[in-house]
Design a protein around this ligand. Structure first.
Ligand SMILES: [Zn+2]
Ligand SMILES: [Zn+2]
Length: 272
């Protein structure tokens, strides 16, 4: 029986005997210091994924079934894992959508991350006992960006899941280089940044570590694209608002928070 992601609701009536159905088995160890209230709220959001996660092509829920419970094994072989979850999907495509694209699942995962100390995931196609492992999920998405004048263009591969977030830097150097209260950045491996057009000019200064920081910017319009610190030469700090979809992302953290201008945190309230 052939299945496509668009036929997921139909597939639900065919049950797990379908040859493409895949069972996603997840085992979590929750942190011992989580309160009951937090855990209950987490489980209720988790349970709701079954109806809240909808496929973009059908607008309907696509998870075939979900079972969850805490460990009841008397064998003491649970390796510290506390809860198990068994989720069924009609196809690998549906499971991939759930893991990499579904915004409802992504928001849930982001909120759940601090609660989970360890996890284990096995996906099975019931009845299939041999065969190669599918290619690992690509967890990075390439985003394009450019400077103000367009002479420089670049791509940055960022983690797809959870979706990229800006890291705000309130340091004095960022304020001086950008002329604004803070900059929006992400730190990625050097190899995940590619300059696709033009060649940036370089400005180097001595950072707080005593080692050089190399800033790369457009010599025409001065947009600062990224910088590399000699103290951590394997990574680059990319200015995320220069990426096309950067304005859609939220803030995921801040550094040099002690430099945060007093009115920045109250800006929305101050302007209302
Ligand atoms: Zn430029
Ligand atoms: Zn900074």
């Amino acid at each position: 029986m052939a299945h496509t992601p668009t036929s997921s609701m139909t597939s639900s009536f065919q049950g797990p005997s379908s040859s493409t159905a895949i069972t996603h088995i997840v085992v979590f160890k929750y942190r011992p210091d989580i309160t009951w209230t937090d855990l209950e709220a987490h489980f209720s959001v988790f349970r709701a994924l079954q109806t809240q996660c909808v496929h973009p092509s059908t607008g309907k829920p696509y998870m075939l079934s979900m079972r969850m419970g805490n460990n009841r094994s008397r064998e003491a072989l649970n390796k510290g894992m506390t809860h198990g979850f068994v989720l069924e999907f009609a196809s690998q495509d549906d499971l991939d959508y759930y893991l990499t694209k579904d915004p409802v699942h992504a928001a849930f995962s982001k909120a759940a991350k601090p609660l989970i100390e360890d996890s284990l995931v096995v996906d099975i196609t019931p009845g299939k006992l041999f065969g190669d492992l599918p290619a690992p999920l690509t967890s990075k998405t390439t985003h394009s960006g450019s400077c103000h004048c367009g002479n420089l263009a670049f791509t940055a591969a960022l983690d797809t899941y959870p979706q990229p977030l800006h890291v705000l830097c309130h340091c004095r150097t960022c304020q001086l280089l950008s002329g604004s209260p803070y900059t929006c950045n992400t730190i990625i491996p050097q190899g995940d940044l590619t300059i696709t057009r033009g060649s940036p000019a370089e400005y180097a200064y001595t950072g707080a570590s005593g080692k050089k920081v190399h800033c790369f910017f457009c010599r025409e319009c001065t947009s600062h694209i990224y910088h590399v610190q000699d103290v951590a030469p394997d990574v680059v700090v990319v200015r995320t608002l220069l990426l096309e979809d950067g304005p859609k992302w939220g803030a995921g953290g801040e550094i040099f928070a002690e430099g945060r201008l007093g009115w920045v945190s109250d800006l929305k309230a101050a302007l209302e």
